[in-house]
Design a protein around this ligand. Sequence first.
Ligand code: MG
Ligand code: ZN
Length: 219
Amino acid sequence: MEKIKVLEKILSANDRIAENLRRELKEKRILLVNIMGSPGCGKTSVIERTIKEMKDLKFGVIEGDIETTMDSERLSSLGIPVSQINTGPFGGDCHLESAWVSGAFEKLNSEGLNIVFIENIGNLVCPAEFDTGAHVNVVVLSTPEGEDKPLKYPLMFRTSHVMLINKIDLAVYLDVRVEKMKENARKINPGLVVFEISAKTGEGFSAWEEFLRDRWKNL
Ligand code: MG
Ligand code: ZN
């Protein structure tokens, strides 16, 4: 019982900080976009390609990783501000909490930015349990992961506003049925916005980018 009470306290504190961050960024006209998904689904590649293509907007990234700064270094090379959270010192946590995101945002040189991506820790479970303060939650699901994942990890698909089906160029080599993948995801969340993309070839990116631009304009 005690354990449940403590967890409830942590979650409500997390929600409060998340709500404040969301409001603060809205006032600053900065759209905060939380990118979630399994290790290897292509989170960093999606962020990289989006930033490279949307030259009319200014981006920053809050990069979450248990260990290493490899993804941060890769994204910093685009000449954008990146703020790193390593959860290793927090016990190797496999998700990001709003207080850490808020702290990382303060360290980010955010003057004049339009969109800030959060690259969450790679997993389909607990990142969905913690509100980061983002305006838009995105789950990246790549075709090799299979069509059953929305049914196996429903909370992730329920808390996401957008599903990016990445590595769509590989679908022809796999047994995966992309239509079934969408159907399963919409069973969990009928309002989910879905884009089929390939961060490698650029397929489908214009629709995703239009969606982002629209959300930023209407923030
Ligand atoms: Mg990454
Ligand atoms: Zn976790």
